[in-house]
Design a protein around this ligand. Structure first.
Ligand code: ZN
Length: 275
């Protein structure tokens, strides 16, 4: 697999310009840019600056993050979502970024929608977004978020949605902590059922050994420092032939306080062990 960096990892102290420079310095292969950070970047840069950077760098764009709360939108929310999505598609097309990550809706407490309601709505909205994305040559990577607050929270549930949609441009994000947050990877073998052409993005991270219900995204750790069976997960993906980005994605407040260069350097060393 290739080494990737997701901008959430240093987002509180870094910016697009700094992430690009540091990822190139530490020989990352891919970067997952964030849409909010890109909006900041474009207040003082142009799309040509970004194109120019990638033209002369080893580092390449991989996936944009992220279009969130896609399910059960009001008309007003949907229009806002489509506007951001279209902005992302335009940037992606210009810089040759293949994937856009889309995330199910989060509820305050537990999501109380039935699985069937989530299934029907997800198929509908993912189809609508793909209709837009196709004309920009962008593919949708749907990411289940493991906690029960999210409408779609297991790889099984997300794969059933993607499978029925059955479009070349719709696939999945496999994220270690989201896999673990659902049931502590109790059914790790399920990963073997997902065909390679439906695995678009892989997010690599570890986490603290906390009970489900307590464990959250702030407990993410560098790969190898926690309790997720990363080796088993990466072995299954490699056996399938997945050889694209393993993108380091951390949302840990402690790492946000560190110097971005230290996080990016340490992150590269820790992640390379699993590639
Ligand atoms: Zn992720």
């Amino acid at each position: 697999m290739k080494l990737g960096f997701n901008e959430a990892t240093c987002m509180k102290r870094s910016n697009v310009e700094m992430d690009l420079k540091l990822c190139e310095k530490y020989r990352y292969d891919y970067i997952e840019l964030r849409l909010d950070m890109l909006k900041d970047y474009f207040t003082s840069h142009t799309i040509d600056d970004l194109k120019e950077f990638f033209k002369k760098s080893h580092l390449k764009p991989f996936a944009l993050n992220s279009i969130e709360n896609i399910n059960f939108c009001s008309k007003e929310k949907w229009n806002e979502l489509v506007e951001l999505f279209t902005f992302g598609c335009r940037v992606a097309q210009e810089i040759g970024n293949p994937y856009m990550i889309v995330v199910p809706t989060m509820y305050e407490g537990v999501c109380s929608k039935t699985e069937e309601e989530v299934f029907i709505d997800s198929v509908n909205v993912l189809n609508k977004l793909t209709d837009i994305a196709e004309s920009y040559n962008v593919r949708l990577a749907f990411e289940p978020i493991g906690d029960k607050r999210w409408a779609c929270n297991s790889i099984r549930q997300a794969y059933e949605i993607v499978k029925i949609i059955n479009r070349r441009d719709v696939g999945l994000v496999i994220d270690c902590i989201n896999f673990y947050l659902n049931d502590k990877c109790a059914d790790i073998e399920y990963l073997r059922k997902i065909p390679l052409d439906k695995i678009f993005v892989f997010h690599i991270n570890d986490c603290e050994d906390l009970p489900l219900g307590v464990l959250d995204h702030c407990h993410r750790l560098f790969p190898g420092d926690g309790c997720i069976p990363i080796k088993e997960i990466t072995n299954i993906l490699k056996k399938k032939g997945y050889d694209k980005s393993a993108s380091l994605e951390l949302f840990r407040p402690e790492y946000w306080k560190m110097k971005p260069e230290d996080v990016i350097r340490i992150g590269a060393d820790r992640t390379r062990v699993f590639l």
